[in-house]
Ligand binder design. Structure first.
Ligand SMILES: [Zn+2]
Ligand SMILES: [Zn+2]
Length: 236
């Protein structure tokens, strides 16, 4: 029963994301300085994003660092209950290919509703108006499972980070749903992040997933090089 290894950082943003400030080269230098063995460089995409080839070229042009494996990915939100993902189709089609990113980081930035993404505020309003929170949780987990299968090469970014934003905690996720999530993650070979920035998922969830054989990976979700590989909450 291993905790996620802290010599990897599986979710690091660069200037290709609007909200991040360090270049891939600066993130690489930071990873080397703190002695990481693995870094996954990831930036945000939507269906309309066009920079992915340029981003991947920039990462591939980085100098090799002894003992440091550089992986790539794009982070995309789960759009709806069907598990559709907000990423360009050509990027999804190129996953794992020599010219494509390695994985898609599936993000719960919004609640994947039957009719598209629900913002945290609109989800809270629906719950106040009588929607059962258990139905919201089931929709979220079911959409995540569908997205994992649809994408094939995924990683779960900060799973359940949406719950506090809609007034819930991870205690609202029943073990049957966690077990279904774990089965899908194992079947699809999907790593699950333990995310420093969002403080999720917590010990009950990680324990249940780990016991089911899911690979847990540590991530900072760094938006600046100074945060690369820097763990406090995850370490605890
Ligand atoms: Zn995110
Ligand atoms: Zn991120």
């Amino acid at each position: 029963m291993r905790s996620p290894s802290l010599d990897g950082d599986h979710h690091v943003h660069s200037t290709f994301s609007d909200d991040a400030v360090s270049t891939p080269a600066e993130n690489l230098a930071a990873a080397q300085a703190v002695g990481l063995r693995t870094i996954r460089m990831v930036d945000h995409v939507r269906v309309s994003t066009t920079y992915v080839p340029e981003f991947l070229a920039a990462v591939r042009a980085l100098p090799a660092v002894d003992g440091l494996t550089v992986l790539t990915g794009v982070e995309a939100k789960i759009l709806d209950a069907s598990g559709a993902v907000d990423a360009p189709p050509e990027v999804l089609a190129s996953l794992g290919a020599p010219h494509g990113p390695d994985r898609v980081l599936l993000a719960d930035h919004q609640v994947p509703g039957p009719d598209g993404p629900w913002s945290p505020r609109s989800t809270r309003e629906r719950i106040e108006a009588g929607l059962d929170p258990a139905d919201v949780v089931e929709m979220l987990v079911t959409a995540t499972i569908r997205a994992m299968h649809a994408v094939g090469r995924a990683q779960l970014a900060h799973p359940f980070s949406i719950l506090p934003k809609i007034g819930l905690t991870e205690a609202a996720v029943p073990d049957e749903l966690l077990d279904a999530l774990a089965v899908a993650a194992v079947e699809t070979g999907t790593p699950v992040e333990v995310n420093e920035k969002w403080h999720c998922p917590r010990t009950h969830v990680t324990g249940r997933l780990r016991a089911a054989g899911v690979l847990l990976v540590a991530s900072t979700d760094a938006h600046q090089a100074a945060d690369v590989g820097s763990y406090d909450w995850v370490r605890g």
